[in-house]
Design a protein around this ligand. Structure first.
Ligand code: NDP
Length: 279
């Protein structure tokens, strides 16, 4: 299989196969909007959906997966434990997981993530994640928004190295040293806000490259992630954009294109700073 195909998967350190392209669902309203977006995505070939307890749409996402006509075991579903449960401690993380499963109406998830590194609390949360994994109720466990110093702090106490770190990553914020560190520790990176929260058309270099291939700036940005071996999870609730974001297989960025995009890093965050968030 073409390793840069969106149908391609990447092996997590425990052998679980994670599809390179997934559907993001932050700000996707629960109910019919969420379930319809998920059904469209699955119909268009996506096999990976990203949600979180805090998004408030696990019910709609679960419904979309169940009504898609594709078997549950063929779809990779990620959800995340929110910071309130992490602050409340070990038992609260276990309960939050049960509540997510109940909303999704699943008996397992493919990937469960610690959503943000809450200072002084994430090691305890990680012990609960390891328990969930040991019980077989999450096929893989990982973190999100962890920087190198959080991982350096967590790893000596961890029984299981996080299998994934989901971080903000797009042409303006590339976090290259964190990528190198993650490769070294066999932590697969997932890019959140890969379309820069809809600002992707504001990057002239991407538009220029896109024109050469008859593609969109969004498609170039997603292709750039995948060619770097980074899983990517663009969000849309519109069928035509869900299709556009998956139509990535009829072009390959040259090493020159890749270098041009690599050169756009301006360390500009669109979301919160993992060292300074208050939610
Ligand atoms: P994205 O970078 O995916 O951008 C989504 C925005 O771009 C929406 O406004 C969408 O609008 C628009 N859009 C979608 N497709 C296109 C396109 N082809 N051309 C132009 N605009 C487009 O932002 P997100 O912040 O949603 O990130 C993606 C996912 O990452 C989230 O949905 C969530 O699952 C995850 N995430 C995780 C975080 C974490 O802390 N772990 C934090 C933030 C996000 P429309 O829907 O109207 O098409």
């Amino acid at each position: 299989m073409n390793p840069t195909s969106f149908h391609a998967t990447i092996s997590l350190s425990n052998g679980v196969q994670m599809p390179m392209l997934g559907l993001g669902t932050w700000q996707t309203p629960d109910g019919e909007t969420a379930s319809q977006a998920v059904r469209w995505a699955i119909e268009l070939g996506y096999r990976h959906i990203d949600t979180a307890a805090i998004y408030g749409n696990e019910k709609g996402v679960g419904e979309g997966v169940r009504s898609s006509g594709v078997k549950r075991e063929k779809i990779f579903v990620t959800t995340k434990v929110w910071n309130d449960a992490q602050r409340a401690g070990y038992d609260a993380v276990l309960s939050a997981f049960d509540e997510s499963l109940a909303r999704l109406q699943f008996d397992y998830v493919d990937l469960y993530l610690v959503h943000w590194p809450v200072k002084g609390k994430y090691k305890e949360a990680w012990r609960a994640m390891e328990k969930i994994y040991a019980d077989g109720r999450a096929k893989a466990i990982g973190v999100s928004n962890f920087l190198q110093h959080h991982l350096d702090d967590l790893l000596p106490d961890a029984q299981i190295v996080p299998q994934v770190d989901q971080i903000e990553l797009h042409p303006w914020l590339q976090q290259k040293s964190l990528t190198e560190y993650s490769v070294k520790h066999r932590i697969v990176q997932t890019a959140w806000s890969p379309l820069m929260q809809g600002k992707i058309d504001d990057v002239p270099e991407l538009k220029r490259i896109a024109r050469q291939y008859g593609k969109s700036a969004a498609q170039v940005a997603l292709r750039w992630n995948i060619q770097h071996g980074i899983v990517t999870i663009p969000k849309s609730v519109r069928r035509e954009r869900i299709a556009e974001n998956a139509n990535l297989e009829d072009f390959v960025l040259t090493s020159e294109d890749m270098q041009t995009i690599d050169g756009l890093d301006s360390h500009k965050r669109l979301g919160a700073d993992p060292d300074n968030f208050s939610f």
